[in-house]
Design a protein around this ligand. Sequence first.
Ligand SMILES: Cc1ncc(COP(=O)(O)O)c(C=O)c1O
Length: 263
Amino acid sequence: MTQATRGMPVRFLVWLFHLALPLLGLWLLLTVPAADVLLEHHPTHFWLVATVAFVNVGLRPYYAEGSKTIALETAEQLGWRAPDHVVVPVASGALLTKVAEGFRQLRRVGLIEDAETRVSGAQPQGCSPVATAYLEGTDEIAPVRYPDTIARSLAIGAPADGHFALREVRGSNGALQAVSDDEIVEAVGLLARTEGIFAETAGGVTIATLERLAASGVVRPDETVVAYVTGMGLKTLDGFGMAFGLEATIGPKVEALLEAVPA
Ligand SMILES: Cc1ncc(COP(=O)(O)O)c(C=O)c1O
């Protein structure tokens, strides 16, 4: 193979990529609901966005827009007012970003009063790229190549919306913390004992972070605080190890349950 022919497969692939890009953009525009919004706000970057979208699972318009409903439900359940402070678990950073945006939109349409909600974020130490950037005072979010945490649902090493989450936290005078696996398990136990809620490991990340923020005075006693517990414990039993031993093994019958757990 000569020098000239050796590079041909690569050149062919590059050529194919350029051909595919406009088609991909067109497909995105026709099929993805938020693509027209992207095109409207970033006309010059649309093709770049199309490329990124092709390889980026972080572009999930239904998930991102749907996350705002958490803010709507929160405001509704508080009697149409926003909390003073929210603590949100962070993986890609979309949930935190969209909850913050949800409260802003409610204010804009006049459904809640015009007062700012502080937004804080929670990550597990074994995968905490956003919290680390926050704690180091930098905008650079260094990817975590090998996440190592029991909070696997939050273990996104390269968070697509990390920069937006960081901006929301800093802009609202919130904070981010990273908590250890031991703190996570401890917090899951605390929530179960005190509230009767069995959370998955991500819930433990949120509650452990809330504890830390309260201890350090970031979360103040006079604030109305909402901490989001986003998943239930049966999903992540393996993550708890032997922390919560079985009390009893019962048959799959209501009677057996009532007998084991008297009213
Ligand atoms: C249980 C749970 N809570 C919170 C999150 C945080 O989501 P985000 O990726 O939007 O930061 C995730 C992400 O998958 C999750 O699985």
